[in-house]
Design a binder for this molecule. Structure first.
Ligand code: NAD
Length: 338
């Protein structure tokens, strides 16, 4: 049984904590928080997680809030075989010094630069690269979404080049201070966006160029892909390939799933923890080959698609499972992923 610690208990951290807790081959030894808010309180009182303070000078604030603490973040790190660092982007470099000092492995998230670890992770496309590694990075929600479907198609569809337009949510549902509220924002305005190069960190040799916009929604991202292909594959064969891959869902707009709002409602119907949709839904009606181009539209639940990838990254880096398919199956079963 391997010991896992979660540094940073926000949108991603609290989900990774629950996912670790659901596995039978790893143990959650604690989470770290910087503020004694409702998440800290529920983590300790409702979920029974051991809480460590991210900023030790704030100990008195946790005491005043009557939240039981188990020590500071350095105490937690020393007890762990691996830390999943879910702090906001750019805090990673200072934490890396701490992980190195205590000789603990660490997984970073997509808000950090690939250069921080020199290694990025996706369960389907490059599990082996992080096998036994000390530091790696699970790529962002958007990059995971693109990679999930592209890596499914890549071996069977002869991809010449990918062009993708990504419509991104303005903020996560609980973020009240971010926008846009009434605008469409090219973001970044520079074309191509950084997402294409990020896909290349986990899917070698693919020609992918992206552009991205921010829109006033909090539910999901949405991606539009145009792929030049060089073989005689049919639309039905592409649908068949996508249907057979776990963590990808071919969904029917005609069945009431024609929008991100309805997809989120579907996750509620499935009874998912936190109403999460870990899978990448691809609209069946959008999958089409016209001449030498394959088109499809997909959505990404930004808060949750990277969570199973973090679990697989733990298994790879701690050499708990050599075969990516076996880890993916195990994670899927434990989390009820389709
Ligand atoms: P968040 O702001 O929701 O959570 C971050 C948590 O870390 C907060 O609880 C914050 O208080 C805490 N924190 C801040 N500084 C800390 C420190 N020094 N030590 C310990 N904890 C600290 O952020 P998030 O959305 O969960 O993002 C975390 C990472 O995951 C980022 O790299 C982000 O880019 C990436 N990511 C986010 C999403 C998303 O849609 N939210 C999706 C995929 C990847």
């Amino acid at each position: 049984m391997k010991s896992v610690a979660i540094n940073g208990y926000g949108t991603i951290g609290k989900r990774v904590a629950d996912a670790v807790n659901a596995q039978d081959d790893m143990k959650l030894i604690g989470i770290s928080k910087t503020r004694p808010n409702f998440e800290a309180k529920t983590a300790v009182e409702k979920k029974g997680y051991d809480l460590y303070i991210g900023i030790p000078e704030r100990e008195h604030l946790f005491k005043e809030a009557e939240i039981e603490i188990s020590g500071n973040v350095e105490d937690m790190v020393q007890k762990a075989d691996i830390v999943v660092d879910c702090t906001p982007g750019n805090i990673g470099p200072q934490n890396l010094e701490m992980y190195k000092e205590y000789g603990v492995k660490a997984i970073y998230q997509g808000g950090e630069d690939h250069n921080l670890t020199g290694l990025s992770f996706n369960s389907f496309s490059n599990y082996d690269s992080s096998y036994g590694a000390d530091y790696s990075r699970v790529v962002s929600c958007n990059t995971t979404g693109l990679t999930r479907t592209l890596s499914t198609l890549d071996p069977l569809v002869d991809i010449v080049k990918v062009r993708a337009v990504m419509v991104r949510r303005g903020s996560d549902p609980a973020e009240i201070k971010k926008g846009p509220i009434n605008a469409i924002v090219p973001n970044p305005p520079k074309v191509p966006s950084h997402h294409g190069p990020d896909v290349k960190t986990v899917l070698n040799g693919i020609d992918v160029t992206t552009m991205a916009l921010l829109v006033p929604t909090t539910l999901m991202h949405q991606h539009n892909l145009m792929i030049e292909i060089n073989n005689d594959i049919t639309t039905d064969e592409v649908i068949d390939i996508l249907e057979k891959r776990s963590r990808v869902l071919v969904v029917d707009a005609s069945n009431g799933l024609g929008s991100t709002a309805e997809l989120m409602e579907y996750a509620k119907e499935l009874g998912r923890n936190r109403n999460d949709l870990y899978e990448i839904p691809v609209w069946r009606e959008s999958i089409n080959i016209v001449g030498n181009e394959l088109y499809y539209m997909q959505a990404v639940h930004q808060e949750s698609d990277v969570i199973p990838e973090n679990i697989d990254a733990i298994r790879a880096m701690l050499k708990m499972e050599k075969n990516n398919e076996k880890s993916i199956d195990k994670t899927n079963k434990a989390m009820g992923i389709l």
